[in-house]
Design a protein around this ligand. Structure first.
Ligand code: SF4
Length: 472
């Protein structure tokens, strides 16, 4: 008589849909924060499903089928939306384990873990997510079991070491045409998104990457980046955004990837984010960047006040912005500046100077109007809180809003920010041309003064862009 051998306990989390990955907002890109852990989890024997609520509905049936729900929170907006999803999950499926992962998870762990989150993972999240799934699968207590996973009783710092890389799994995600496209001269084509590096070797004080990566960055293997780009090109991408925090943290690595892509796809265009300091340090590389298909460079100008730039530890001054613009002009690459005009240190005259700078250089159409309204966010753990004067300006933490509630010493600056925010919001809803929006912003910033005019150079025209307006 045969004695039945005890069968292994069923792998509860290996069932299709037992792991649910959710992204809520990734700046209009098909989320790499879904594609990358999808690949890692599949390689580990799981069958996760992924939902991007920016373009898809998340239904209760999908939530109820999940044992582990991992929500990507790479930025502030995603975090606010992600928390709403987590609350929904806890209502519909109270037994599901909810994990927040990404840049903002560790920074806001105290609040998230006291709310709808069971665990958080910061930094390089793929390996810890797979380890978490294995631990839950075995029924292990997460806190005791998984390196890099924080819980209410056992917080964890960010994970910086990388496990082996996988090519992101994009099949099954919404199509590229559901996302922001690349627009040039009125023609819009699908855009892809890759990252050639993660983290950053700089430590700007206002940046959420600083408290997580602490001035470190890691390169994504060239073969992985190229394979990810090829897959998206095969799916229709005619332009690729390099979403590295700073593409010139590793300029040699980035250029090798660009050369290989250009050799294979000569008509492909791309954009990248490069800081002012790097544009000057590597200005000799800019003509090659243009020749390889660079359509524009996003650069974090933030402010033109040297005092504010010093507070932010940006590593550039006003004069450097001028020089970087000249270098890009010479190479024929449009600058798409990102701004941070409203900080506790910026004066009304700083704001007018910023507006004047872009108007006089015919750059109004190069700045998405929302950037003229952006107010400094100070998340828990921000390096700005190390400022010796922080107690005087930072205010108290509004944990639910994930930021310290600072107020400007001049209350009219806070009122101005609110006015400008209302203008750009209404303008975006009405699809107003940037010039008209700019004129209305100028009117509240400098009432009675004429709008500054471009100072004697040929018109720059409307630069190429992504059809998603928020890129900071
Ligand atoms: S702002 Fe840019 S350069 Fe500065 S730390 Fe952040 S990613 Fe790096």
């Amino acid at each position: 008589m045969l004695t039945p051998t005890p069968s292994a306990p069923p792998r509860r989390l290996a069932a299709p849909g037992a792991i649910l990955l959710v992204s809520c907002y990734e700046l209009g890109h098909q989320p790499l924060s879904l594609a990358s852990p999808l690949a890692t989890l599949r390689a580990a024997g799981f069958a996760p499903v992924a939902i991007d609520t920016a373009v898809q509905d998340l239904d209760d049936e999908t939530i109820r089928a999940a044992r582990m729900v991992a929500i990507s929170v790479p930025m502030h907006t995603a975090l606010r939306l992600g928390l709403r999803v987590a609350r929904r999950v806890k209502q519909a499926n109270p037994d599901a384990h909810v994990c927040f992962y990404g840049l903002y998870a560790t920074l806001n762990a105290a609040h998230l873990l006291g709310e709808a989150g069971d665990s958080t993972i910061g930094g390089e999240f793929e390996r810890p997510l797979a380890d978490l799934a294995r631990a839950l699968d075995r029924g292990q207590a997460v806190a005791a079991a998984v390196d890099g996973v924080g819980t209410a009783g056992a917080p964890a710092g960010p994970v910086l070491e990388r496990a082996p890389w996988s090519v992101p799994a994009r099949a099954g995600l919404p199509a590229l045409r559901d996302y922001a496209g690349f627009e040039r001269d009125g023609v819009i084509v699908p855009a892809g998104y890759v990252e050639a590096t993660r983290g950053c070797r700089h430590t700007c004080r206002h940046c959420p990457i600083t408290p997580i990566y602490g001035g470190r960055f890691t390169v994504v293997p060239r073969d992985v980046v190229l394979a990810d780009a090829r897959n998206q090109i095969a799916a229709g991408a005619r332009h690729v955004t390099f979403g590295d925090p700073d593409f010139f943290n590793g300029p040699g690595h980035g250029l090798r990837i660009l050369r290989a892509l250009h050799a294979e796809f000569p008509g492909l265009t791309f954009d990248a984010t490069i800081k002012v300091e790097h544009l000057l340090e590597h200005r000799r590389l800019l003509p090659e960047l243009a020749a390889l298909g660079c359509a524009f460079v996003v650069t974090a100008v933030e402010s033109l006040s040297d005092r504010v730039l010093e507070k932010l530890a940006k590593g550039h001054r006003r004069s450097d912005v001028e020089a970087a613009l000249a270098a890009l002009d010479e190479a024929g690459i449009p600058m798409r500046p990102s701004l941070l005009p409203f900080t506790p240190w910026a004066t009304r005259e700083d704001y007018r100077d910023l507006l004047r700078f872009f108007a006089e250089r015919d750059l109004i159409d190069h700045v998405d109007p929302v950037h003229f309204s952006i107010r400094l966010l100070v998340p828990p753990g921000s390096a700005l809180l190390d400022d010796p004067d922080a107690a005087a300006w930072a205010g108290t933490l509004d944990a639910e809003a994930f930021t310290f509630r600072w107020v400007h010493p001049d209350p009219t600056m806070d009122a101005l920010q609110r006015e400008v925010a209302a203008i750009v919001e209404a303008a975006a809803a009405a699809n107003e041309p940037a010039g008209a929006t700019f004129a209305r912003i100028w009117a509240v910033a400098a009432p009675g003064d004429p709008v500054p005019a471009p100072a004697g150079r040929r018109s720059r025209g409307r630069p190429p862009r992504l059809t998603e307006t928020w890129f900071c």
